[in-house]
Design a protein around this ligand. Structure first.
Ligand code: ADP
Length: 248
C-alpha cells in the first residue's frame, strides 16, 4: 500500500542499511509450521519477520457447490485472503474490500497453476488465508503458506511448492523483502511467486516504476530468495512427515 515518499523519511542509512537494519538482499526470518488446525484437511502457520503472522486452512478437493460453479474438466481453486480487524495499527473494517478481493483472485490463480486440477473434475479446493498480523508482503507470505498447507493436505501438485518474495525500490536502491515502512514510503514494489521445479512465474504484480535494469535486478534477487524460501517450505513439510512416521 503506497503512501508516497515524504522527503524527511530516510529508508537507507549512510552504511547502506535499511530501517530494520537489514542489508539490501537480506530476507526477514521466516518460520513455517504445518498441521496447526485439527479440522482442516491441511493447514500451515507462517511468521514472516516478526510482523507477519498468517494462518492457512485447506479443505478439499470436495464437490463444488453450488453445482453451477462446477467445471467438468477440473477442480476450481477458491482462495480467500482476509485481514483480521486487529491485524494492522488502525482497526481494519471487517469483511472483503477491493484489495482483499484482488489478492484472493491472484492467489487463486497462482495455486490453480500449481495444483493438478485436472485430476478432480467438478471439485473445489478451498484455501482460507487469515492474516492475523500484517507488516507488508502478506500476499506472498499467504501464498507461500497456502502451498505448504495444500501439500500437507495431500493435494496433488504439479510442483511441490510455490513460493516467492517481494522486491522493491527504496531511496533509489533495489532491495529484497520490503518491510512496512519501505512498502508505504518506497518508490516501487514487485511481488512475485514462482513454481519451484519449472520456474514458471505464477504471480507478478507491480506498484510504482522501475527501469528495465532495476526490474532485472529485482527479479534476480527474488529468484535467489525463492530458492531459500522453497527450502524452508520443504523443511516444514519434512517435519510433518517425520512426525507422522513417529520419528524425531
Ligand atoms: P502486501 O501485504 O501483500 O504487501 P500491500 O502492498 O497492499 O500488500 O500492503 C502492504 C502492507 O500495508 C500490508 O501488509 C499491511 O501491513 C498494510 N495494510 C494493507 N491494508 C491495510 C489497511 N486496510 N489498513 C492498514 N494497513 C494496511
Amino acid at each position: 500500500m503506497r503512501l508516497g515518499t515524504p522527503s524527511d523519511i530516510k529508508l537507507i542509512d549512510e552504511n547502506g542499511l535499511r530501517v530494520d537494519g537489514r542489508t539490501p538482499e537480506q530476507l526477514r526470518p521466516i518460520k513455517i509450521q504445518t498441521d496447526v488446525l485439527n479440522r482442516a484437511d491441511g493447514s500451515a502457520y507462517i511468521e514472516w519477520g516478526g510482523g507477519n503472522k498468517i494462518m492457512v486452512a485447506v479443505y478439499g478437493p470436495r464437490e463444488a457447490y453450488p453445482r453451477h460453479t462446477q467445471d467438468i474438466e477440473r477442480a476450481i481453486v477458491k482462495a480467500r485472503y482476509n485481514m483480521a480487524a486487529f491485524s494492522v495499527d488502525e482497526r481494519k473494517k471487517p469483511g472483503p474490500d477491493r484489495r482483499s478481493v484482488e489478492i484472493s483472485k491472484v492467489i487463486s490463480e497462482a495455486l490453480q497453476a500449481a495444483i493438478l486440477v485436472e485430476q478432480f473434475p467438478r471439485a473445489q479446493i478451498d484455501v482460507f488465508i487469515e492474516v492475523l498480523q500484517a507488516d507488508a508482503g502478506t500476499r506472498i507470505a499467504g501464498l507461500t503458506a497456502a502451498s505448504v498447507a495444500l501439500a500437507a493436505a495431500g493435494v496433488p501438485m504439479r510442483d511441490l511448492v510455490v513460493g516467492g518474495c517481494t522486491a522493491g525500490k527504496v531511496d533509489g536502491q533495489i532491495v529484497l523483502d520490503l518491510c512496512r515502512e519501505e512498502d508505504n514510503f518506497g518508490q516501487a514494489d514487485l511481488p512475485m511467486a514462482i513454481l519451484a521445479r519449472s520456474g514458471k512465474v505464477v504471480l507478478i504484480q507491480m506498484d510504482g516504476d522501475l527501469t528495465t535494469e532495476e526490474f532485472d535486478r529485482a527479479t534476480s534477487m527474488i529468484l535467489n530468495a525463492t530458492k531459500r524460501i522453497n527450502q524452508i517450505q520443504r523443511e516444514a513439510l519434512q517435519g510433518k512427515y517425520i512426525a507422522e512416521q513417529g520419528g524425531e
